[in-house]
Design a protein around this ligand. Structure first.
Ligand code: SF4
Ligand code: SF4
Ligand code: SF4
Length: 198
């Protein structure tokens, strides 16, 4: 593997990544990939959404050679956006948790829809759909016309907000479980009363 990234920080590297959070680089998101590059554990040619432009920028920042995109990670492609066939959607909500930027809206047993202006085209919602009613289309062909793709900064902000929400809810669930355990423990061993008193 390549050496560490000189004086660059993980934040410097992350700032060059497109923030689709697609995981195609082999890491859980752009920031973990940036940290792996910094640590010398990952090469700089593993980000298909960033393509040649990102690769060249990473090469400049890190001083590493700009080798072609690793074909095992996928190919650089057009700006895509997910579309749900709302007539086929069964409202199972399985596509919601994997979306890294909360671009899907809907509730259980109701049809779901993608907010095209927020979608990064990461494809992570496709595999969980039990009826294969999600497809990717070029943003330019989206009907109705979709605004431009969200910026990397917007993607990062939504990804961070989603992760913060998940962590907060996990903390709340854990606190509830701990409180229940304490209450159950107190009920199982009530305080002793002096003999002879009611
Ligand atoms: S855009 Fe996808 S492949 Fe590129 S760094 Fe982010 S998660 Fe990895
Ligand atoms: S809607 Fe699907 S393709 Fe779009 S960002 Fe969410 S998970 Fe990715
Ligand atoms: S996973 Fe598929 S069927 Fe289920 S809510 Fe999402 S789009 Fe609809």
């Amino acid at each position: 593997m390549t050496g560490a990234a000189g004086k660059a920080t993980a934040a410097d590297i992350d700032a060059l990544l497109p923030q689709t959070q697609c995981t195609r680089c082999g890491y859980a998101g752009c920031r973990p990939y940036a940290e792996a590059i910094l640590a010398g554990e990952a090469d700089i040619n593993q980000c298909p959404p960033g393509g040649a432009t990102t690769l060249a920028a990473l090469a400049r920042l890190t001083g590493r050679p700009a080798r072609p995109l690793d074909p095992a990670r996928g190919v650089e492609g057009a700006d895509l956006v997910a579309v749900i066939d709302e007539a086929a959607c069964i409202g199972c909500a399985r596509c919601l948790p994997p979306c890294p930027v909360d671009a899907i809206v809907g509730t259980n047993r109701r049809m779901h829809t993608v907010i095209a202006a927020l979608c990064t085209g990461c494809e992570l919602c496709l595999p969980p759909c039990p009826v294969d009613c999600i497809r990717l289309v070029p943003r330019a062909a989206h009907i109705p016309p979709s605004p431009r793709a969200p910026t990397a900064a917007q993607n990062r902000a939504r990804y961070d907000a989603r992760n913060a929400r998940i962590a907060r809810r996990a903390g709340e669930r854990q606190a509830l479980l701990d409180a229940r355990k304490r209450a159950a423990g107190a009920a199982a061993s009530p305080a002793r009363t002096p003999e002879g008193t009611p």
